[in-house]
Structure formats: C-alpha cells, structure tokens
Write a protein that binds this ligand. Structure first.
Ligand code: HEC
Length: 162
C-alpha cells in the first residue's frame, strides 16, 4: 500500500458515509408518513399504548373484546354496515398494515372505498397522531393467533393494496 492510498482510503470512507447519511436523511423527510411507521405486535410498549387508544377510540363500535357489532355482515336500515370485529373472526387481517393504517387515518373514502360510499367508520387523521394509529394496529394484531398473523398479506406480496 502506498502512502497516498493510505491517506485516500479514510477520506473515501468519510465521503461515502456522508453520502449515505444524506440519502438516509432525504429519504426520511420525503417518505410519506403512512409508510414510515410500523405495527409490531411483539413490542410490549407499542401494544400497551395501542390498548389504551383502542379502549378510548375504537371499543365503542368494534367492541371491548374486538368482537364487533352484532350481525356485522348485514347492512343496517340506513344502508350502512355495522362495525366488524377486529379479532380473527373479522376480515381486518385480510388487509396489509399500510391499508389498515390508511383506513383508520382517512376513513372509508375514495380511493379506499367507492365514490359516495357511506360509512360509519370515522377518519382518525387529525384526531390521533400517526404513532397512536400504528400502536392501535399493533394492539389489534397482538390479539390474533400466530396462524392468522402469518396469513395477513404484507405489502411486499403486493396483495390487498388499493
Ligand atoms: C363510530 C363507530 C366506529 C369507531 C369509533 C371506529 N370504527 Fe372502525 N369501523 C366502523 C364501521 C361501521 C366499519 C365498517 C365500515 C364499512 O365497511 O362501511 C369500520 C371498519 C374499520 C376497519 C376496516 C375493517 C375491514 O375489515 O375492512 C378498520 C381497519 C377500522 N374500522 C379500524 C378502526 C380503529 C383502529 C378504530 C379506533 C381508532 C375504529 N375503527 C373506530 C365503525 C367505527
């Protein structure tokens, strides 16, 4: 190794590290909020926060035990659907996390539902911060048996994304 290359290498490394940092910082800033979070059912802290959020904001419709409203598949006289269960008997687990996040944050409006679709599911954007929405999803997922958790589509599989 020559003296010159010995000097150049650390400098090259330094420039490389700076470039990676810059890319990471830019990625963090421009990444849409919906993609930056995660719902980890094995993270006890996130699940505990999510349980509190669930009790305060979701249980009144989706049930204290995630059981949903009675006859949740049958439209009410006003044409709207009752709140479905979030446990393994419902279809929450048929959707990838990103889609559950968007439904909870934006409500069932286009592009998540057809134009003019009437739903009693509120949009929680502006009510709950993103990290509380991710936490409540972590709590919901923590209640699924591991078999159901394993069958939930992930965005990487490209299934169920709208
Ligand atoms: C005022 C009642 C109400 C509250 C409160 C409520 N929901 Fe809902 N939710 C509904 C109804 C009704 C539906 C079904 C809507 C439809 O299909 O038209 C629904 C559907 C959903 C779905 C879609 C489920 C699926 O299988 O497609 C998700 C996810 C969801 N709610 C999450 C939440 C979360 C998380 C909270 C708490 C932060 C919450 N909801 C609070 C009424 C409610």
């Amino acid at each position: 190794m020559t003296a010159a290359s010995a000097i150049r290498s650390p400098l090259t490394l330094l420039i490389g590290a700076a470039a990676i940092t810059a890319v990471a910082a830019a990625g963090w800033m421009f990444w849409p909020a919906a993609s930056s979070g995660r719902a980890d059912p094995t993270d006890a802290g996130q699940v505990a926060l999510g349980e509190a959020v669930y009790k305060a904001s979701c249980a009144s419709c989706h049930g204290a035990n995630l059981e949903g409203q009675p006859d949740w598949r049958i439209r009410k006289p006003d044409g709207r659907l009752p709140a479905p269960p979030h446990d393994e008997t419902g279809h929450t687990w048929h959707h990838p996390d990103q889609q559950l996040f968007r439904i909870t944050k934006l409500g069932l409006k286009p592009p998540l539902a057809p134009e003019g679709y009437q739903s009693d599911m509120p949009a929680f954007g502006g009510v709950l911060p993103d990290d509380e929405i991710w936490a409540v999803l972590a709590f919901i997922k923590s209640r699924w048996p591991s078999k159901v958790l394993a069958r939930q589509p992930s965005p990487n599989k490209g299934k169920g994304q709208k």
